[in-house]
Ligand binder design. Sequence first.
Ligand SMILES: C[S@@+](CC[C@H](N)C(=O)[O-])C[C@H]1O[C@@H](n2cnc3c(N)ncnc32)[C@H](O)[C@@H]1O
Length: 328
Amino acid sequence: MSLRTLRIVALILGAAVTAASAGIIALGATGSGALPQALTLIGIVAMSGAIALAALSLAHLLRANRRVMQTLDRLAQDRQRDHAQLLDQVDQVRTALTEQSQAIHRGLTWQLNRINGEQKRLYPELEALIDLRASLPLRAPLPPLRGWAASPDVLKWMTTWMRDHQPRLVTECGSGTSTVLFGYLAQQTGVGRVVALEHDQRYAKQTRELAVRHGVAEWVEVRDARLQPWQHGDETWDWYDLTATEDLDEIGLLFVDGPPVSSGKLARYPAGPLLVTRLARDGIAVLDDARRTDETRVSDRWLKEIAGLDRERLPTDKGTDVFRHLLG
Ligand SMILES: C[S@@+](CC[C@H](N)C(=O)[O-])C[C@H]1O[C@@H](n2cnc3c(N)ncnc32)[C@H](O)[C@@H]1O
């Protein structure tokens, strides 16, 4: 029952009690003896009305209370659900954070190992570069000895070897900074000359200009030698134009650092049958990048196919194989 209905019931009861009271007053005025009975009746009606009103109010209160309880129940359930969802979300965030921190840890460990490895690799290279530069009267800046150029460790090894053995002819497959450094040694020792084969005219010109800047052009010859098909058994390679190497004999130091791998499979193999076989008796052939799969195969084939060769493996950054005639 609503508050409005309760008010209507109270009004009706009030009107009934007022009407009864008015009747009694009228009876009293007429002096009738029924007054005590009428008063009792009014009392009973008024009491009944009050009890009925109280019962109705109580019922109303109970219903309102039940509704409040239901609302509180719903709110509590909602709270519980929200709480469970929140816990679930916290769990998801925690899992995601754990995975992320593990991934970051793995990444950092990998980077740290890489940096450590790089630093271990770089230190000997720096030492070699410092030694190399200190051993030469450099007259101009050198291009960086990274990437396409031979590394300082192998260059230091070869220039030291040149100082000790003073070869008359140094031949190089692939020109660049090494050509100029060999030029310095030829100039210093006063014997010998350097012939570099270059398939790319642009780089041939660049190396010649570098040799001029360093004041060693007199000891250095960069030969333009385009790559041409060369047949050997049933295999074909792109190799330097043979006319560029016709006069090269009794080679003291042969540095095989070209042509680039992009010129074909086992690109440097032809240097074996075509130039290693023309080494002077005390000459050496140096194959750079010997750690690469192709160069490892080339090195193995030379050792197997060219009679009387000995191989030494230098622990350089890119791997270097040195070939000599077997003694005796
Ligand atoms: C492995 S690199 C060897 C260069 C050389 N032996 C040295 O150590 O400086 C082989 C080829 O790189 C190319 N080259 C020379 N100078 C270059 C430069 N500045 N930038 C990119 N490539 C170059 C030439 O075609 C060369 O034959």
